[in-house]
Design a protein around this ligand. Sequence first.
Ligand SMILES: Cc1ncc(COP(=O)(O)O)c(C=O)c1O
Length: 391
Amino acid sequence: MLHVGARSYLPRVNWIESRAEFPILERKTYLNSCSLGALSQRALGRVAEFHEDWHNYGASAWYETWVGRMSELRGRVAAMINAEEREVALSASVSAALSVLGSAFDYSKRNRVVMSELDFPTAAYQWMVRPGVEVVRVPSDDGISIDPQRMADAIDDRTAIVLISHVFFTTGAIQKTAAIAEAARRHGAFFIIDAYQSGGQVPIDVNALGADALVTGPLKWLLGGPGLAYVFVRDEWIHNLKPTITGWFAARDQFAFDINNFAFKDDARRFELGTPALSTVHAALGGQEIIDSFGVAAIRGRNSELTEQLIARLRDAGMSIRGAANPEDRSALVMIPHDEPAAAVQRLAARRIVVDWRPGYVRVSPHFYNTPDEVDLFVDALIDGRTSSPA
Ligand SMILES: Cc1ncc(COP(=O)(O)O)c(C=O)c1O
């Protein structure tokens, strides 16, 4: 491993060599990592290990290897976000993680949840279905990110929870959080960061972000596939939070099988529920090993080069993006306004170029394993489709 979370020294990485890990890159021009990261040989190898242990040990694989692998994954995720392993839990999805966290609050005392209008809908749904909870969606002035002061001003003594994305799925912009964290702290509110679109592409430091909790997962930039999410909860909050949605994985004496007594674990595993997707735990370990071998800071550098090349080429062709004005506030999730995005994505797919769309936009997301040539190929094909399609 070269480094985990190091900031000051970035190794020179042969990014092209890394492509051999990902079979899809031989088949497609794959530029959709913000939806689903590419499957690696390393992840396949870890899943094969899981199956082999299953053959070898049967149920005792739990104690022989699987519990240890869950712990290894929590530890690697903790190192990536500058946290301790005891502050990280595994969950089935970001939605499940937010449900458990949200269940730990008494909304009769504080009934407001402050979030932004640019966040992923699942983040609002958690609280919209809770009787008596008022969800405040802070508007965006520019449609790209949220003015931290506007968000801070919306937080008051009735606020139980503050939530914002680290990178917006709608714009790819990286949100500044310091003023929001400070306002949440001042008013005694719990500050959650949805880092699903930043984990693996933008460095995360839970202390610098001022997060009380942070959710992310392996599906996208962390190259681990579906079935799992990660939850960080700051140590000093862990003991104060007693979820009212729970399960035996949260129990201190999990293997006592005591139906009469329940006490929470002392660490973030109190936010876990039941048996996790072990296959994904292994795939996620494979993906995480690759991410850790480069370090997210180096990946960010590589992805920024590809993103800035993409944006420059689009601009040369007279096209715009919906994204942050400054390169340092942009991530590798790029939204290109388009009149017929679904048709454009289909045309590109016919040329074996895989990107995505959202209403009004073609969405492109290069990752470290993509090349400048692939970025050019995509832009050429997009322009070609634009000029050759009927007006
Ligand atoms: C920023 C963000 N948050 C949350 C989610 C939903 O996560 P889950 O399906 O694990 O609940 C997504 C899914 O794409 C997302 O992009």
